[in-house]
Design a protein around this ligand. Sequence first.
Ligand code: ADP
Ligand code: MG
Length: 459
Amino acid sequence: MQPEASKLPDSQTEQENIDAAVIWQSVYDTLSRSIPANFFNIFFDSVKAKKYDGNQLLLSVENDKIVNHLRNRYLDKIEEAASHTAGKSVKIALLHEPGQVEPARESLTAAAPSDLDKISINPKYTFDRFIRGPSNEHAYAAALSAAENPSDYHNPLYIYGNVGVGKTHLMMAIANQLIANKPSYHVKYSPAETFQNELYDAIARKSVNSLKARYRNIDVLLFDDIQFIAERANYIQEEIFHLFNFLYQQKKQIVISGDRPPQQLATLHDRLQSRFQSGLIVDIKAPNFETRLAILQRKASEMNLSVPMEVHKYLAARFTQHVRILEAALIKLQFTSQLEKHPIDLQMTKIALRDMPSETIGQQVSIDEILRVVSRTFHVNEDEIKGSSRVENIVLARHACMYLAKNLIPTMSLKGIAEAFGKTDHTTVMHAEKKMMELMDKDNSLRVQIEELSNELKF
Ligand code: ADP
Ligand code: MG
Protein backbone atom coordinates (compact mmCIF):
# COMPACT_ATOMS: atom_id res chain seq x y z
CA MET A 1 0.00 0.00 0.00
CA GLN A 2 1.46 3.32 -1.03
CA PRO A 3 -0.31 6.24 0.57
CA GLU A 4 0.18 9.55 -1.11
CA ALA A 5 0.56 12.80 0.69
CA SER A 6 -1.45 14.58 -1.99
CA LYS A 7 -4.55 12.66 -0.97
CA LEU A 8 -4.61 14.31 2.40
CA PRO A 9 -7.43 16.84 2.23
CA ASP A 10 -6.81 20.34 3.50
CA SER A 11 -9.89 20.55 5.60
CA GLN A 12 -11.15 17.45 7.29
CA THR A 13 -14.63 17.26 8.54
CA GLU A 14 -15.04 17.05 12.26
CA GLN A 15 -16.75 13.69 12.03
CA GLU A 16 -13.88 12.17 10.08
CA ASN A 17 -11.56 13.45 12.75
CA ILE A 18 -13.59 11.97 15.53
CA ASP A 19 -13.99 8.62 13.83
CA ALA A 20 -10.29 8.39 13.10
CA ALA A 21 -9.39 9.23 16.69
CA VAL A 22 -11.88 6.76 18.05
CA ILE A 23 -10.71 3.89 15.88
CA TRP A 24 -7.09 4.65 16.53
CA GLN A 25 -7.60 4.78 20.27
CA SER A 26 -9.14 1.33 20.12
CA VAL A 27 -6.35 -0.05 17.93
CA TYR A 28 -3.82 1.47 20.27
CA ASP A 29 -5.44 -0.14 23.30
CA THR A 30 -5.77 -3.52 21.63
CA LEU A 31 -2.20 -3.66 20.39
CA SER A 32 -0.76 -2.34 23.63
CA ARG A 33 -1.85 -5.61 25.16
CA SER A 34 -0.04 -7.83 22.66
CA ILE A 35 3.11 -5.87 21.86
CA PRO A 36 5.81 -5.59 24.53
CA ALA A 37 5.63 -2.17 26.15
CA ASN A 38 9.15 -1.01 25.33
CA PHE A 39 8.63 -1.58 21.60
CA PHE A 40 5.09 -0.45 21.67
CA ASN A 41 5.73 2.97 23.14
CA ILE A 42 8.50 3.76 20.69
CA PHE A 43 6.46 2.90 17.63
CA PHE A 44 2.90 3.71 18.55
CA ASP A 45 3.05 6.79 20.74
CA SER A 46 4.10 9.03 17.91
CA VAL A 47 1.25 7.98 15.59
CA LYS A 48 -1.51 10.47 14.91
CA ALA A 49 -4.86 9.48 13.47
CA LYS A 50 -5.75 11.94 10.72
CA LYS A 51 -8.80 10.78 8.92
CA TYR A 52 -11.19 7.89 8.46
CA ASP A 53 -13.36 8.00 5.36
CA GLY A 54 -15.29 4.80 5.90
CA ASN A 55 -12.72 2.58 4.19
CA GLN A 56 -9.33 3.92 4.93
CA LEU A 57 -7.72 5.10 8.14
CA LEU A 58 -5.01 7.63 7.52
CA LEU A 59 -2.22 7.72 10.10
CA SER A 60 0.69 10.07 10.19
CA VAL A 61 4.10 9.77 11.82
CA GLU A 62 6.94 12.29 11.98
CA ASN A 63 9.86 9.93 11.91
CA ASP A 64 10.46 8.06 8.64
CA LYS A 65 12.20 5.14 10.35
CA ILE A 66 9.16 4.60 12.48
CA VAL A 67 6.91 4.76 9.42
CA ASN A 68 8.95 2.03 7.79
CA HIS A 69 9.05 -0.08 10.86
CA LEU A 70 5.30 0.16 11.40
CA ARG A 71 4.71 -0.65 7.77
CA ASN A 72 6.97 -3.70 7.79
CA ARG A 73 6.21 -5.11 11.18
CA TYR A 74 2.79 -4.03 12.32
CA LEU A 75 0.61 -3.11 9.38
CA ASP A 76 -1.37 -6.37 9.40
CA LYS A 77 -2.01 -6.13 13.10
CA ILE A 78 -3.13 -2.53 12.82
CA GLU A 79 -5.46 -3.37 9.95
CA GLU A 80 -6.92 -6.28 11.80
CA ALA A 81 -7.57 -4.31 14.96
CA ALA A 82 -9.02 -1.36 13.05
CA SER A 83 -11.32 -3.63 11.04
CA HIS A 84 -12.45 -5.26 14.24
CA THR A 85 -13.31 -1.91 15.80
CA ALA A 86 -15.07 -0.56 12.72
CA GLY A 87 -16.91 -3.82 12.10
CA LYS A 88 -15.75 -3.87 8.49
CA SER A 89 -12.57 -4.06 6.52
CA VAL A 90 -10.37 -1.02 7.07
CA LYS A 91 -7.25 -0.23 5.04
CA ILE A 92 -4.42 1.63 6.72
CA ALA A 93 -2.56 4.44 5.01
CA LEU A 94 0.68 5.48 6.71
CA LEU A 95 1.91 8.94 6.01
CA HIS A 96 5.29 10.38 6.79
CA GLU A 97 4.68 13.94 7.90
CA PRO A 98 7.91 15.51 9.18
CA GLY A 99 8.33 18.54 11.39
CA GLN A 100 5.01 18.81 13.15
CA VAL A 101 5.00 20.58 16.44
CA GLU A 102 3.69 18.44 19.24
CA PRO A 103 0.81 20.10 21.05
CA ALA A 104 1.67 20.61 24.70
CA ARG A 105 0.41 17.81 26.84
CA GLU A 106 -2.44 18.78 29.02
CA SER A 107 -1.84 18.68 32.70
CA LEU A 108 -4.14 16.81 34.99
CA THR A 109 -5.43 19.81 36.86
CA ALA A 110 -8.57 19.60 38.87
CA ALA A 111 -11.52 21.43 37.40
CA ALA A 112 -13.94 23.32 39.60
CA PRO A 113 -17.28 21.71 40.36
CA SER A 114 -19.74 22.97 37.88
CA ASP A 115 -23.21 24.32 38.41
CA LEU A 116 -23.89 23.01 34.96
CA ASP A 117 -24.02 19.53 36.44
CA LYS A 118 -26.99 20.52 38.54
CA ILE A 119 -29.05 21.61 35.59
CA SER A 120 -29.43 18.06 34.36
CA ILE A 121 -31.11 17.05 37.61
CA ASN A 122 -34.89 17.19 37.73
CA PRO A 123 -35.84 18.81 41.07
CA LYS A 124 -39.15 16.93 41.10
CA TYR A 125 -37.49 13.56 41.43
CA THR A 126 -37.16 13.43 45.20
CA PHE A 127 -37.37 10.69 47.81
CA ASP A 128 -40.57 12.29 49.07
CA ARG A 129 -42.27 11.84 45.78
CA PHE A 130 -41.16 8.26 45.36
CA ILE A 131 -43.90 5.81 46.29
CA ARG A 132 -42.61 2.77 48.06
CA GLY A 133 -43.88 -0.77 47.79
CA PRO A 134 -42.57 -4.32 47.87
CA SER A 135 -41.22 -3.95 44.34
CA ASN A 136 -38.87 -1.10 45.14
CA GLU A 137 -38.34 -0.75 48.89
CA HIS A 138 -34.84 -2.26 48.92
CA ALA A 139 -33.71 0.04 46.16
CA TYR A 140 -35.30 2.98 47.96
CA ALA A 141 -33.58 2.17 51.26
CA ALA A 142 -30.23 1.65 49.58
CA ALA A 143 -30.50 4.90 47.63
CA LEU A 144 -31.53 6.83 50.74
CA SER A 145 -28.57 5.50 52.71
CA ALA A 146 -26.23 6.42 49.90
CA ALA A 147 -27.64 9.95 49.96
CA GLU A 148 -27.41 10.25 53.73
CA ASN A 149 -23.96 8.77 54.13
CA PRO A 150 -22.27 8.79 50.79
CA SER A 151 -19.23 6.54 50.59
CA ASP A 152 -19.82 5.08 54.04
CA TYR A 153 -22.29 2.96 52.31
CA HIS A 154 -21.93 -0.05 50.08
CA ASN A 155 -19.89 1.09 47.19
CA PRO A 156 -20.67 0.96 44.36
CA LEU A 157 -24.44 0.74 44.61
CA TYR A 158 -25.92 -0.90 41.53
CA ILE A 159 -29.67 -0.52 40.91
CA TYR A 160 -31.29 -2.48 38.12
CA GLY A 161 -34.76 -2.90 36.65
CA ASN A 162 -36.78 -2.57 33.49
CA VAL A 163 -37.45 0.70 31.79
CA GLY A 164 -39.86 3.02 33.60
CA VAL A 165 -39.67 1.48 37.09
CA GLY A 166 -38.02 4.48 38.76
CA LYS A 167 -34.23 4.04 38.49
CA THR A 168 -33.55 7.54 37.21
CA HIS A 169 -36.00 8.94 39.76
CA LEU A 170 -34.03 7.35 42.60
CA MET A 171 -30.68 8.50 41.24
CA MET A 172 -31.89 12.05 40.96
CA ALA A 173 -33.43 11.79 44.43
CA ILE A 174 -29.92 11.07 45.72
CA ALA A 175 -28.65 14.11 43.85
CA ASN A 176 -31.44 16.39 45.08
CA GLN A 177 -30.98 15.31 48.67
CA LEU A 178 -27.24 15.95 48.52
CA ILE A 179 -27.66 19.32 46.84
CA ALA A 180 -29.97 20.30 49.70
CA ASN A 181 -28.01 18.82 52.62
CA LYS A 182 -24.41 18.87 51.52
CA PRO A 183 -24.05 21.81 49.16
CA SER A 184 -20.27 21.57 49.11
CA TYR A 185 -20.43 18.11 47.58
CA HIS A 186 -19.81 17.85 43.90
CA VAL A 187 -22.53 15.54 42.60
CA LYS A 188 -22.41 14.42 39.02
CA TYR A 189 -25.35 12.82 37.26
CA SER A 190 -24.05 11.19 34.13
CA PRO A 191 -26.11 9.11 31.72
CA ALA A 192 -23.77 6.49 30.25
CA GLU A 193 -24.55 7.65 26.76
CA THR A 194 -23.53 11.21 27.55
CA PHE A 195 -20.35 10.03 29.18
CA GLN A 196 -19.50 7.96 26.15
CA ASN A 197 -20.08 10.91 23.82
CA GLU A 198 -17.99 13.18 26.01
CA LEU A 199 -15.21 10.65 25.90
CA TYR A 200 -15.30 10.29 22.10
CA ASP A 201 -15.31 14.01 21.81
CA ALA A 202 -12.42 14.44 24.22
CA ILE A 203 -10.39 11.88 22.31
CA ALA A 204 -10.96 13.76 19.09
CA ARG A 205 -10.02 17.04 20.72
CA LYS A 206 -7.10 15.51 22.56
CA SER A 207 -8.58 16.68 25.84
CA VAL A 208 -9.09 13.34 27.54
CA ASN A 209 -7.05 14.48 30.50
CA SER A 210 -9.23 17.43 31.31
CA LEU A 211 -12.31 15.23 30.98
CA LYS A 212 -10.73 12.82 33.42
CA ALA A 213 -9.83 15.66 35.74
CA ARG A 214 -13.41 16.84 35.77
CA TYR A 215 -14.71 13.39 36.60
CA ARG A 216 -12.07 12.67 39.19
CA ASN A 217 -12.98 15.78 41.05
CA ILE A 218 -16.47 14.65 41.99
CA ASP A 219 -17.73 13.34 45.29
CA VAL A 220 -20.72 11.35 44.13
CA LEU A 221 -21.05 9.86 40.69
CA LEU A 222 -24.50 8.81 39.47
CA PHE A 223 -23.94 6.76 36.35
CA ASP A 224 -27.28 6.01 34.67
CA ASP A 225 -28.08 3.25 32.16
CA ILE A 226 -24.77 1.44 32.07
CA GLN A 227 -26.17 -1.03 29.53
CA PHE A 228 -25.33 1.59 26.89
CA ILE A 229 -21.63 1.12 27.33
CA ALA A 230 -21.69 -2.65 27.81
CA GLU A 231 -21.72 -3.03 24.03
CA ARG A 232 -18.99 -0.48 23.47
CA ALA A 233 -15.36 -0.98 22.60
CA ASN A 234 -13.09 -2.26 25.29
CA TYR A 235 -11.16 0.91 25.68
CA ILE A 236 -14.30 2.90 26.58
CA GLN A 237 -15.04 0.35 29.26
CA GLU A 238 -11.41 0.48 30.37
CA GLU A 239 -11.68 4.23 30.85
CA ILE A 240 -14.80 3.79 32.89
CA PHE A 241 -13.21 1.09 34.96
CA HIS A 242 -10.25 3.33 35.74
CA LEU A 243 -12.54 6.18 36.63
CA PHE A 244 -14.67 4.03 38.94
CA ASN A 245 -11.58 2.55 40.45
CA PHE A 246 -10.09 5.93 41.14
CA LEU A 247 -13.30 7.20 42.77
CA TYR A 248 -13.67 3.98 44.71
CA GLN A 249 -10.18 4.22 46.11
CA GLN A 250 -10.81 7.82 47.11
CA LYS A 251 -13.92 6.57 48.93
CA LYS A 252 -16.29 8.50 46.72
CA GLN A 253 -19.81 7.20 46.32
CA ILE A 254 -20.68 5.59 42.99
CA VAL A 255 -24.25 4.69 42.06
CA ILE A 256 -24.94 2.85 38.82
CA SER A 257 -28.17 1.91 37.15
CA GLY A 258 -28.74 -0.69 34.49
CA ASP A 259 -31.60 -2.54 32.86
CA ARG A 260 -30.18 -5.89 33.98
CA PRO A 261 -28.00 -7.24 36.78
CA PRO A 262 -24.31 -6.83 35.94
CA GLN A 263 -23.75 -10.55 35.42
CA GLN A 264 -26.36 -10.50 32.66
CA LEU A 265 -24.60 -7.75 30.74
CA ALA A 266 -22.70 -10.32 28.73
CA THR A 267 -20.34 -7.91 27.04
CA LEU A 268 -19.55 -5.91 30.14
CA HIS A 269 -15.87 -5.79 30.92
CA ASP A 270 -14.79 -8.40 33.51
CA ARG A 271 -13.17 -5.83 35.71
CA LEU A 272 -16.33 -3.73 35.79
CA GLN A 273 -18.36 -6.86 36.53
CA SER A 274 -16.25 -7.77 39.51
CA ARG A 275 -16.16 -4.19 40.75
CA PHE A 276 -19.98 -4.17 40.79
CA GLN A 277 -20.20 -7.58 42.39
CA SER A 278 -18.15 -6.28 45.28
CA GLY A 279 -20.69 -3.56 46.05
CA LEU A 280 -24.42 -3.72 46.71
CA ILE A 281 -26.80 -4.82 43.95
CA VAL A 282 -30.52 -4.12 44.34
CA ASP A 283 -33.38 -4.46 41.92
CA ILE A 284 -36.64 -2.65 41.22
CA LYS A 285 -39.48 -4.76 39.88
CA ALA A 286 -42.67 -3.69 38.20
CA PRO A 287 -44.89 -2.21 40.91
CA ASN A 288 -47.73 -4.37 42.23
CA PHE A 289 -51.36 -3.32 42.11
CA GLU A 290 -51.37 -1.43 45.42
CA THR A 291 -48.21 0.47 44.54
CA ARG A 292 -49.58 1.33 41.12
CA LEU A 293 -52.72 2.60 42.79
CA ALA A 294 -50.72 4.69 45.26
CA ILE A 295 -48.56 6.12 42.48
CA LEU A 296 -51.65 7.06 40.48
CA GLN A 297 -53.25 8.77 43.48
CA ARG A 298 -50.09 10.69 44.26
CA LYS A 299 -49.54 11.77 40.66
CA ALA A 300 -53.16 12.79 40.27
CA SER A 301 -52.98 14.94 43.38
CA GLU A 302 -49.72 16.52 42.21
CA MET A 303 -51.52 17.35 38.98
CA ASN A 304 -54.53 18.71 40.92
CA LEU A 305 -56.65 16.21 39.14
CA SER A 306 -59.78 14.74 40.60
CA VAL A 307 -59.95 11.08 39.64
CA PRO A 308 -62.59 8.67 41.00
CA MET A 309 -61.32 5.52 42.69
CA GLU A 310 -62.86 3.23 40.11
CA VAL A 311 -60.84 5.01 37.42
CA HIS A 312 -57.64 4.61 39.41
CA LYS A 313 -58.39 0.92 39.77
CA TYR A 314 -59.12 0.58 36.10
CA LEU A 315 -55.80 2.23 35.23
CA ALA A 316 -53.84 0.22 37.77
CA ALA A 317 -55.32 -3.00 36.40
CA ARG A 318 -54.81 -2.10 32.78
CA PHE A 319 -51.25 -0.75 32.90
CA THR A 320 -49.06 -3.09 34.84
CA GLN A 321 -45.45 -2.64 33.82
CA HIS A 322 -44.28 0.94 33.49
CA VAL A 323 -44.95 3.79 35.85
CA ARG A 324 -44.37 6.14 32.95
CA ILE A 325 -47.49 4.84 31.20
CA LEU A 326 -49.57 5.50 34.30
CA GLU A 327 -48.47 9.12 34.11
CA ALA A 328 -49.17 9.29 30.41
CA ALA A 329 -52.68 7.96 31.04
CA LEU A 330 -53.35 10.65 33.64
CA ILE A 331 -52.09 13.37 31.32
CA LYS A 332 -54.36 12.11 28.57
CA LEU A 333 -57.32 12.13 30.98
CA GLN A 334 -56.52 15.64 32.17
CA PHE A 335 -56.45 16.81 28.60
CA THR A 336 -59.69 15.06 27.66
CA SER A 337 -61.48 16.34 30.72
CA GLN A 338 -60.47 19.94 30.00
CA LEU A 339 -61.43 19.63 26.37
CA GLU A 340 -64.82 18.11 27.07
CA LYS A 341 -65.40 20.29 30.13
CA HIS A 342 -66.47 17.19 31.98
CA PRO A 343 -65.09 15.57 35.12
CA ILE A 344 -63.11 12.38 34.67
CA ASP A 345 -65.19 9.22 34.93
CA LEU A 346 -64.82 5.59 33.94
CA GLN A 347 -66.64 5.93 30.66
CA MET A 348 -64.51 8.87 29.55
CA THR A 349 -61.42 6.96 30.64
CA LYS A 350 -62.23 3.91 28.57
CA ILE A 351 -62.88 5.99 25.47
CA ALA A 352 -59.94 8.35 25.95
CA LEU A 353 -57.47 5.54 26.51
CA ARG A 354 -58.86 3.27 23.82
CA ASP A 355 -55.79 3.75 21.64
CA MET A 356 -53.16 3.48 24.32
CA PRO A 357 -51.25 0.27 23.91
CA SER A 358 -52.36 -2.28 26.41
CA GLU A 359 -49.32 -3.78 27.98
CA THR A 360 -49.98 -7.35 27.03
CA ILE A 361 -46.48 -8.19 25.97
CA GLY A 362 -45.58 -10.95 23.56
CA GLN A 363 -48.08 -13.10 21.76
CA GLN A 364 -51.77 -13.10 22.48
CA VAL A 365 -52.89 -15.03 25.51
CA SER A 366 -55.39 -17.80 24.67
CA ILE A 367 -58.46 -19.08 26.49
CA ASP A 368 -56.86 -22.53 26.62
CA GLU A 369 -53.84 -21.19 28.47
CA ILE A 370 -56.04 -19.35 30.93
CA LEU A 371 -58.02 -22.52 31.56
CA ARG A 372 -54.84 -24.49 32.05
CA VAL A 373 -53.23 -22.17 34.62
CA VAL A 374 -56.45 -21.48 36.53
CA SER A 375 -57.33 -25.16 36.67
CA ARG A 376 -53.89 -25.95 38.02
CA THR A 377 -53.89 -23.14 40.60
CA PHE A 378 -57.44 -23.62 41.85
CA HIS A 379 -57.39 -27.44 41.68
CA VAL A 380 -60.54 -27.58 39.58
CA ASN A 381 -60.59 -29.43 36.30
CA GLU A 382 -61.18 -27.66 33.02
CA ASP A 383 -64.49 -29.34 32.23
CA GLU A 384 -65.88 -28.28 35.58
CA ILE A 385 -64.85 -24.68 34.87
CA LYS A 386 -66.66 -24.80 31.53
CA GLY A 387 -69.67 -26.55 33.03
CA SER A 388 -72.47 -25.07 35.11
CA SER A 389 -71.67 -26.28 38.62
CA ARG A 390 -72.47 -23.76 41.38
CA VAL A 391 -69.96 -25.26 43.84
CA GLU A 392 -68.10 -22.34 45.36
CA ASN A 393 -64.50 -23.08 44.33
CA ILE A 394 -65.59 -23.99 40.80
CA VAL A 395 -67.48 -20.72 40.46
CA LEU A 396 -64.44 -18.84 41.74
CA ALA A 397 -62.20 -20.53 39.17
CA ARG A 398 -64.71 -19.72 36.43
CA HIS A 399 -64.86 -16.09 37.49
CA ALA A 400 -61.07 -15.91 37.59
CA CYS A 401 -60.90 -17.27 34.03
CA MET A 402 -63.36 -14.71 32.74
CA TYR A 403 -61.65 -11.91 34.60
CA LEU A 404 -58.27 -12.88 33.16
CA ALA A 405 -59.70 -13.30 29.66
CA LYS A 406 -61.33 -9.89 29.77
CA ASN A 407 -58.12 -8.22 30.95
CA LEU A 408 -55.60 -10.15 28.91
CA ILE A 409 -57.37 -10.67 25.59
CA PRO A 410 -58.42 -7.17 24.56
CA THR A 411 -59.42 -8.34 21.10
CA MET A 412 -62.08 -10.70 22.40
CA SER A 413 -65.65 -9.47 22.87
CA LEU A 414 -67.54 -10.06 26.11
CA LYS A 415 -69.90 -12.33 24.23
CA GLY A 416 -66.95 -14.25 22.81
CA ILE A 417 -65.52 -14.76 26.28
CA ALA A 418 -68.90 -15.86 27.66
CA GLU A 419 -69.25 -18.41 24.87
CA ALA A 420 -65.75 -19.77 25.43
CA PHE A 421 -66.96 -20.76 28.90
CA GLY A 422 -70.24 -22.27 27.76
CA LYS A 423 -72.37 -19.22 28.59
CA THR A 424 -74.52 -17.23 26.21
CA ASP A 425 -74.89 -13.84 27.85
CA HIS A 426 -72.13 -11.20 27.81
CA THR A 427 -73.31 -9.83 31.18
CA THR A 428 -72.00 -13.04 32.76
CA VAL A 429 -68.48 -11.79 32.07
CA MET A 430 -69.23 -8.34 33.50
CA HIS A 431 -70.70 -9.96 36.58
CA ALA A 432 -67.65 -12.22 36.92
CA GLU A 433 -65.28 -9.29 36.66
CA LYS A 434 -67.18 -7.29 39.26
CA LYS A 435 -67.23 -10.28 41.62
CA MET A 436 -63.48 -10.82 41.19
CA MET A 437 -62.68 -7.17 41.83
CA GLU A 438 -64.75 -7.23 45.04
CA LEU A 439 -63.12 -10.43 46.22
CA MET A 440 -59.63 -9.17 45.45
CA ASP A 441 -60.35 -5.97 47.35
CA LYS A 442 -61.18 -8.01 50.41
CA ASP A 443 -58.62 -10.76 50.01
CA ASN A 444 -55.10 -9.69 49.28
CA SER A 445 -53.74 -13.18 48.84
CA LEU A 446 -56.30 -13.77 46.09
CA ARG A 447 -55.18 -10.57 44.40
CA VAL A 448 -51.56 -11.65 44.53
CA GLN A 449 -52.51 -15.04 43.15
CA ILE A 450 -54.40 -13.51 40.24
CA GLU A 451 -51.62 -11.05 39.54
CA GLU A 452 -49.11 -13.86 39.44
CA LEU A 453 -51.28 -15.83 37.06
CA SER A 454 -51.66 -12.79 34.91
CA ASN A 455 -47.90 -12.26 34.80
CA GLU A 456 -47.31 -15.91 34.05
CA LEU A 457 -49.72 -15.73 31.13
CA LYS A 458 -48.21 -12.56 29.74
CA PHE A 459 -44.63 -13.77 29.58
P1 ADP B 1 -36.38 4.36 34.73
O1 ADP B 1 -35.21 5.26 34.90
O2 ADP B 1 -36.31 3.13 35.59
O3 ADP B 1 -36.64 4.02 33.30
P2 ADP B 1 -37.85 6.65 35.68
O4 ADP B 1 -37.14 6.89 36.96
O5 ADP B 1 -37.55 7.55 34.55
O6 ADP B 1 -37.69 5.13 35.22
O7 ADP B 1 -39.43 6.64 36.00
C1 ADP B 1 -40.40 6.90 35.03
C2 ADP B 1 -41.45 7.82 35.59
O8 ADP B 1 -42.19 7.14 36.60
C3 ADP B 1 -40.88 9.04 36.26
O9 ADP B 1 -41.70 10.13 35.99
C4 ADP B 1 -40.90 8.72 37.73
O10 ADP B 1 -41.09 9.86 38.52
C5 ADP B 1 -42.10 7.82 37.84
N1 ADP B 1 -41.94 6.81 38.89
C6 ADP B 1 -41.35 5.61 38.79
N2 ADP B 1 -41.42 4.93 39.95
C7 ADP B 1 -42.06 5.73 40.81
C8 ADP B 1 -42.47 5.59 42.18
N3 ADP B 1 -42.20 4.48 42.89
N4 ADP B 1 -43.13 6.62 42.75
C9 ADP B 1 -43.41 7.73 42.04
N5 ADP B 1 -43.08 7.91 40.75
C10 ADP B 1 -42.41 6.93 40.14
MG1 MG C 1 -33.89 6.00 33.42
